[in-house]
Write a protein that binds this ligand. Structure first.
Ligand code: ADP
Ligand code: TYD
Length: 203
């Protein structure tokens, strides 16, 4: 496809939105057209789904949760991301398929292959050109969220978030060409520089 698709992954508070904003600014300053998206909630329908997924009180069956993320993904990819890539734009997105495999797979302990297949069905097989994993000890991520009201996933116990972290690292080890893994405790500027170095050859 003519454009590029770059995703940012990592636990809550790992710096995804900070780095996606910096990368977007850098690409736009170099004259590229950038579409920013995020999951859940990159589209108007996605915002409604986000509200249900993150703020619905009480128990949600893990498979229902997985399907809601997949529904958000299907709509985001079909109506926003794929059209932008086809126009030759660069899409920078906070969270994608690897979030589902890490959170619903490793976190909720659903079958990782089934979750990946569900996501790929939802997105009609779209995989990112590059995925930046900001790796962070969840206790540090928690500290960064201090003062913010936890959503339903952030409120999960530390062992859930430890499994998510391990799940991400296993994904990155299995696909080293697609992933760039960076320690999220490095400075914001140092991380941004490493990301730019890796993105430059894709342009
Ligand atoms: P995410 O989108 O992954 O949840 P954010 O980009 O919103 O994370 O960052 C969470 C908090 O951590 C913010 O207050 C942000 O300023 C801070 N932060 C981001 N990157 C770093 C970093 N490399 N070192 C220290 N603090 C950071
Ligand atoms: P996010 O938008 O990153 O939250 P915030 O804006 O508060 O940083 O993501 C919301 C939560 O959804 C986050 O805890 C991770 C979770 N999530 C999944 O469990 N599965 C998924 O497929 C996605 C995309 C997100």
């Amino acid at each position: 496809m003519p454009g590029r698709f770059i995703t940012l992954e990592g636990g809550d508070g790992s710096g995804k939105s900070t780095q996606s904003a910096l990368l977007t600014q850098w690409l736009e300053a170099a004259g590229h057209t950038v579409e920013h998206s995020r999951e859940p909630g990159g589209t108007p329908l996605g915002l409604e789904l986000r509200d249900i997924i993150l703020h619905r009180r009480g128990y949600m069956a893990p498979r229902a949760e997985a399907l809601l993320y997949a529904a958000d993904r299907a709509h985001n990819i079909a109506t926003k991301v794929r059209p932008a890539i086809e126009r030759g734009e660069i899409v920078i997105q906070d969270r994608y398929i690897d979030s589902s495999v890490a959170y619903q797979g490793a976190g909720r302990v659903l079958d990782a292959t089934e979750i990946r297949d569900l996501s790929l069905w939802a997105s009609e097989g779209l995989l990112p050109d590059l995925t930046i994993l900001l790796d962070l000890d969840p206790t540090v991520g928690r500290g960064r969220l201090e003062g913010k009201k936890y959503d339903r996933l952030e409120a999960e116990a530390l062992d859930f978030h430890q499994r998510v972290r391990e799940g991400y690292l296993a994904l990155a080890a299995a696909e080293p060409d697609r992933f760039l893994v960076l320690p999220a405790t490095d400075s914001i500027d140092a991380i941004a520089e490493r990301i730019r170095e890796r993105v430059q050859p894709l342009l």
